[in-house]
Design a protein around this ligand. Sequence first.
Ligand SMILES: [Zn+2]
Length: 569
Amino acid sequence: MKFSQIYAPTLRETPAEAEVVSHQLMLRAGMIRKAAGGIYTYLPLAWRVLKKIEHIVREEMDAQGGQELLMPIVQPAEMWQESGRWAVYGDEMFRLTDRHDRNFCLGPTHEEMITTLVRSDVRSYRQLPILLYQIQNKYRDEIRPRFGLMRGREFIMKDLYSFDKDEDGLNISYKKMYDAYTNVFSRCKLKFRPVEADSGAIGGSGSHEFMVLAESGEAEIVYCTSCDYAANVEKAELLPLDEISTGEKLPLTQVHTPNCKSIADVAKLLHIDKQQTIKSIAFETDQGPVLALVRGDHEVNEIKVLNKLNLINITMASEKSIIDDYQSVPGFIGPCGLPKKIKIIADVNVMKMINAAAGANIADYHLQNVNPGRDFAADIIADIRLIQENDPCPHCAMPVKKARGIEVGQVFKLFTKYSSALKATYLDENGKEKPMVMGCYGIGVSRTMAAAIEQNYDEHGIIWPVPIAPYQVVVIPVNSKDTNQVQLAELVCRQLNLHGIDSVWDDRNERAGVKFKDADLIGYPLKITIGPKSISEQTVEVKERKTGQIHFFSTSDYLENIIELLQKL
Ligand SMILES: [Zn+2]
């Protein structure tokens, strides 16, 4: 392939609208162009990457018994009304009406569509399990689409749905997909971690997210330094800590703490450690005010509070709400002597404290020698704190570390949520009607491409992992006016392609520097330079994009050497 024939308009300057590296580099490398906010055209180089990722995904889905189909993008409102999600999906759903005023949406996901399909055709336990998947565009009308392909309004997803007769079957399907996802991201040569994810009220091991590790990742994860435990910080469960305070419980006293609105201020004034104070966080929820308590050196995990109390929504209480709903004072709220009965959820570690300090619900006052149980009662005692670096791993107690990641896949046990709502039932061995037990499994295909760049780049451009590179090798004749060099470059490129190595040669009448710069920007894993020595000494120079390492191979055996090199990369 000649580079001049590829529609890849590279840019010298970084476009101002691009905030993240993958967005900047894909625009500069001539891979994508914006059509509207969060909606992009994939140019030929990007499309080659996407097809390679899709190919790996297909092979791994098929290997686990998945069958590919293609469902419509345009979905009738009726099936969403039946599941109850038409009303709750909100503004993220792209909605439209046809000429007969019938309502439709552009599919943000396909649970309704697939469940409606399967319920009409599957009657017996003998037809189960079924694993169906598709790869196609999804639509979400993000309020502020940004970060290029990382958070678009139109994006490519692989979504697979499993239908089983019982939970044992679901567990098998789930394990198959977990393994398939591990294979997919390993084959893409990405550094990733499957992490335990929050699965809402379902709890347990109902969901894993697959995270590509990258500094720019939106998600924060923790992983164990000793075993293979890893989790989203929101999900990470914690072992109760050792008790830190001992001694006799002293009488409760009120102390004047003017302007001490933070834990740090109070600890400093009272000459105590932060871990001897109780942090009280006021929330507004659909169940009314909720006061959450953690030790002063800890943070509250809102998601845990939400799940433990089965809440639908939770936000930090405003100052007005602390005054009106709690009848307390912002900055001085605490669990003792609240003028009004407020639901209190306390972290397990709070209940073990002795002679702690807490807000007195009076302006400029705190209480000392607060003893949980004696001085206040908690309605719920649970693990509600946010995991911190060096906390003990919940599996082996060794310290955990934090990292950032980009979520590229999620596996999720749906159980009978959709099959019950949409009446997707089957007859079991005894002729009894039962809802099918479902799972759903997504991979963001276009997001994986962006995440691969976020993980693999330098100041010169993209560094593609070999299996998903648009071309694995670029061949560059140094002097485009030297016929010998040009002919050799073309020959080398043709030979590589004949041996199954995707290659392109840069036939443009440009200075060598320009061609080298574009090669680094586009990020081919290997660059072969054809110069005067290639003709006089019959050697080619091969440079690895990732390490900068240079190899010289003879024109007689370069092919074997390059095949070997690509396998090692
Ligand atoms: Zn561990």
